[in-house]
Design a binder for this molecule. Structure first.
Ligand code: SF4
Ligand code: SF4
Length: 217
């Protein structure tokens, strides 16, 4: 297999405009989700069968009393060795695949024969969701229909700040390492999350748990 593709999500450059979230819905023909005010700008509340990408908002105070407000554009990480596919394969042969050329992780179980809770529990990032009608498991496809036609994923294309970058995995890994080194000068805790294990690589400037419970594996 080639080294495939990767996405870098540099949260230090994210302004939480949610362009990526909307672009994902638009490209995938997903409807808006009815929500209510919950005392946060995060909207909708979580990923779902009709929301493959959600910008998470987290705020609080650091140990030295400073306020933080972090944004985390959450989605499937397209793991190098995807535990969700192992869980599906135990029940549905060929129910999920990892594309050879790009590395995108795709579900192929439209009848929803794989047990949802078992697959969801297998994912270290709590990503898979289920269509309540068809029972099919669903998540981000890395915009497989775009990336196999020389277009970047819709979320990456929409990002106005350069927080998201798509490219060959080797180049994205090099870019991530370089950016972390730059950020460490101002943010000693800066790090890339699970870069050896995932294709969607997040950079954070603080403890990943402050961004989201499942930010890092
Ligand atoms: S992040 Fe979760 S759903 Fe996505 S490939 Fe990895 S294990 Fe599967
Ligand atoms: S489009 Fe870019 S800046 Fe806007 S929320 Fe998404 S990652 Fe952040």
């Amino acid at each position: 297999m080639s080294s495939g593709k990767s996405i870098l999500v540099d949260t230090s450059r994210c302004t939480a405009c949610r362009g990526c979230q909307v672009a994902c819905k638009q490209w995938n023909g997903l409807p808006g989700t009815k929500t209510k005010q919950r005392g946060t700008h995060q909207n909708p509340e979580d990923l779902s069968f009709e929301t493959f990408k959600v910008v998470r908002f987290a705020d609080g105070r650091t140990e030295d009393g400073k306020t933080y407000w972090y944004f985390f554009s959450d989605q499937c990480r397209h793991c190098i060795d995807p535990p969700c596919l192992d869980a599906i394969a135990g029940h549905v042969e060929g129910g999920g695949v990892r594309d050879e050329s790009t590395g995108a992780v795709l579900y192929k179980d439209p009848a929803g024969k794989a047990p949802f809770e078992e697959v969801r529990a297998a994912c270290p990032f709590n990503i898979p969701r289920q269509n309540p009608k068809s029972k099919a498991l669903i998540k981000c496809t890395m915009c497989f229909d775009r990336i196999t036609h020389n277009m970047p994923p819709a979320c990456v294309q929409s990002c106005p700040t350069g927080a998201m970058v798509f490219g060959d995995r080797k180049e994205i890994l090099e870019l991530a390492a370089k950016r972390v080194e730059e950020l460490k000068k101002s943010y000693p805790k800066a790090m890339a999350l699970n870069p050896d294990d995932v294709r969607v690589i997040y950079i954070v400037t603080d403890d990943p748990k402050k961004y989201h419970e499942f930010a890092a594996a």
